[in-house]
Ligand binder design. Structure first.
Ligand SMILES: Cc1cc2nc3c(=O)[nH]c(=O)nc-3n(C[C@H](O)[C@H](O)[C@H](O)COP(=O)(O)O)c2cc1C
Length: 329
């Protein structure tokens, strides 16, 4: 790797980061992703107030101490006091890095005026950042979009405030909040943020492979990339992206290794969650592995993988699907 990025005093092992995705990057999936040594695998967002109240679901979202290294946990909220208290609770739970969410467009989040809605309130955004930075002796990072809409592209201003307040790294998704996930991420628009600050900036949005990653870095001037959706069902693609971005030499992973990864992931989900919830949570990842295997929506093998309640049957079908993909290739 040519330019290691420092988060606090620690160098990241890769300039490829994995994005926080609510309902997706839970502890079992983060463990899978961590095997491929990205720089960070950020947790799902954790609601500050509920975390402080000791809510088990939010504590589970923050888990990973000693397993996911470094452990970056994302906090969401709109009250500086609760965000500071939440950060302290995360430090107690073993977090190594606190990430602040100002990028999530979900109505459930922006409806509560947090996530990307905070980009409309830069003063409050800064108060939150200051409160979190002062509350803990941990590096604090920030994830934003380009702005609320195209009339208010203020990511660079927020980035400058964040840097002055002590944030050590930024990730910018190249869309506005009002775009949700429509259109294409504008990597070149992230350049305004890169040029506004000295701290490292990572570019995010629509990066599917090594070629995209290099194009996004080239367009934005960012030090690296953050990748989200494209890793669902294909976590091993981190290696391809790392080959391009970090210049690592890594052997391609075989279909039987992929099957081992997918099966272990499935078993981890079942043991991490209570029974019915585990089956439900497993489905989206199993569907991702089916997509990666090229199974059509009507393929009976897909129905077995995504609907069977029998773990042995699911495991066998999953192995068959990934082997089928290798044969097709
Ligand atoms: C299902 C889902 C959940 C997400 N949850 C979060 C979240 O909790 N916090 C956050 O900052 N962004 C969240 N995002 C946004 C992603 O982190 C990322 O910015 C976005 O998906 C664009 O990157 P991609 O094109 O590589 O997926 C979520 C995205 C998806 C698809």
């Amino acid at each position: 790797m040519t330019n290691p990025v420092y988060i606090g005093k620690s160098a990241l092992r890769s300039n490829v980061l994995v994005a926080p995705m609510s309902g997706v990057t839970d502890f079992p999936f983060r463990r899978v992703l961590a095997q491929f040594s990205p720089g960070l695998v950020v947790s799902e967002m954790v609601a500050s107030e509920r975390l402080v109240e000791g809510d088990a679901e939010n504590l589970a979202k923050a888990s990973g101490k000693g397993v996911i290294n470094p452990l970056s946990v994302q906090l969401v909220g709109r009250d500086p006091y609760w965000m500071a208290e939440g950060a302290k609770a995360l430090a107690d739970a073993g977090a190594d890095i606190i990430d602040i969410n100002m990028g999530c467009p979900a109505r459930k989040v922006t409806g509560a005026l947090s996530g990307s809605a905070l980009m409309r309130e830069p003063k409050l955004a800064l108060e939150i950042i200051e409160a979190v930075v002062q509350a803990v002796d941990l590096p604090v990072t920030l994830k934003t979009r380009l702005g609320w809409d195209h009339e208010t592209l203020n990511a660079a201003d927020i980035a400058k405030d964040a840097e002055s307040a002590g944030v050590v790294m930024l990730v910018v998704h190249g869309r506005t909040r009002c775009q949700f996930y429509k259109g294409e991420a504008d990597w070149s628009a992230v350049r305004a943020v890169v040029e506004a600050v000295k701290i490292p900036v990572f570019v995010n949005g629509d990066i599917h492979d090594g070629q995209d990653a290099l194009a996004a870095i080239d367009a934005s001037g960012a030090v690296g990339v953050m990748v989200g959706r494209s890793l669902i069902g294909r976590p091993w693609d981190i290696l391809d992206i790392r080959r391009a971005v970090d210049n690592i030499v890594a052997r391609p992973i075989s279909s039987s290794q992929k099957a081992d990864v997918a099966v272990r992931h499935y078993k981890d989900i079942l043991s991490f969650y209570p029974a019915a919830k585990g089956v439900r949570f497993a489905r989206k990842h199993l569907a991702g592995y089916c997509d990666h295997s090229g199974l059509s929506k009507t393929d009976p093998l897909r129905a077995t993988i995504c609907q069977s309640q029998d773990p042995t049957e699911v495991e066998q079908a999953l192995r068959q699907a990934l082997a089928h993909m290798a044969e097709a290739a």
